[in-house]
Design a protein around this ligand. Structure first.
Ligand SMILES: [Zn+2]
Ligand SMILES: [Zn+2]
Length: 343
């Protein structure tokens, strides 16, 4: 089934014609539960990984001796899914089992730099994703990994992301049983297998990155709409959530490749390439939720009747405080190291 973004609630370029020159495109990936193959683009699916190539690991120093077991996390999700199908809560026996499944386990004696197999998060073939930036040396397949512990970076609470580009035609025998981490620091790092339904949509930059004068006018317009909505509510009228630039008109929620990054948690900061100082571009957004915020206007037409729980979170991935991970690439040389920001 395809997924179709509804038309935007209003034509933002009719209101602010200068936005035309910043108009871009991004490809919404629309991950949905499925059974992807290694030859498919996917989130949480099998990767096209050569059998004779070492699987990537995290050796950054951090504790990795406490966490949940992968099979327990999967079993917990199955329990909830079965309860939803029955349209009941968990039985007493299931609740007891759940307590057991949620237990933290220990792996005593595991040193702080013991290699942890990374979790294969996603793979994208360029043929499927029109806005995916080009890879180095004709590479056509992007593979994304992360460490199952939230324990990196300056704060000690950041994810560790690893990306690989490869030429898919050169992969011979494929690894069928990649190594898995014994313990997982946070269940939100474990994606459910999802197939993708890529859809290209129009996008505009985060307001704070537009020229100040334009950003001010957009702010003033939004404030006026909010005031109108408040007045309508005071009169007892059924006021819909007002349309906003950030939530409805600029950057779609959910997983998407290319386009613009959102900076709604931190203020925008420059993301320059560490190798050549070029300003980097958004490669991929990994999001906790596929639709949320404001009026929910990005919810695909085909999903119109679905409640947000659990359908807005098909991947089960959680980034930071239910936010998103933006991965950036160097436009001057796609082989330069990637950077990322959590929003
Ligand atoms: Zn790590
Ligand atoms: Zn660079």
């Amino acid at each position: 089934m395809t997924r179709t973004t509804p038309p935007r609630p209003l034509d933002v370029e009719a209101l602010f014609p200068e936005l035309a020159r910043y108009r871009g495109t991004t490809t919404r990936l629309h991950p949905r539960a499925g059974r992807p193959l290694a030859t498919d683009s996917s989130v949480g699916g099998p990767l096209l990984w050569p059998v004779d190539e070492p699987w990537p690991v995290c050796v950054e120093p951090h504790a990795r001796d406490r966490g949940r077991r992968l099979p327990d996390i999967r079993r917990e999700r199955e329990l909830w899914a079965a309860a939803r199908r029955r349209d009941t809560g968990l039985t007493d026996a299931e609740s007891e089992l759940l307590d057991e499944l949620k237990r933290t386990h220990r792996a005593p004696g595991v040193p702080e730099t013991a290699p942890v197999p990374l979790i294969g998060l996603a793979q994208l073939y360029r043929r499927d994703v029109p806005d995916l930036l080009p890879g180095p040396d004709g590479a056509d397949l992007l593979q994304v990994f992360w460490c199952p512990f939230e324990a990196h970076g300056r704060t000690g609470y950041e994810p560790y992301v690893h990306l690989r580009w490869r030429r898919s035609a050169e992969v011979g025998e494929v690894l069928t049983a990649p190594p898995l981490p014994e313990l997982v620091g946070f269940a939100g790092y474990v994606p459910e297998p999802c197939v993708l339904h890529p859809e290209r949509v129009v996008t505009y930059p985060f307001a704070g990155l537009l020229p100040q004068e334009l950003c001010d006018r957009i702010d003033a317009w939004e404030e006026a709409l909010e005031e109108e909505a408040e007045e309508a509510a005071d009169r007892g009228a059924d006021a819909a959530e007002p349309v906003g630039y950030q939530y409805d008109l600029s950057i779609p929620p959910g997983w998407h490749a290319g386009g613009y990054a959102s900076w709604h948690r931190t203020d925008p900061y420059a993301v320059d390439c560490r190798a050549c100082a070029a300003p980097m571009e958004l490669l991929l957004t990994v999001d906790t939720s596929e639709w949320d915020g404001g009026s929910g206007s990005w919810k695909p037409v085909e999903d119109r009747d679905l409640p947000p729980h659990p359908f807005a979170r098909p991947t089960e991935v959680v980034v930071g405080n239910h936010g998103e991970l933006n991965v950036f690439a160097c436009p001057a040389d796609p082989g330069h190291p990637h950077r990322w920001s959590v929003q």
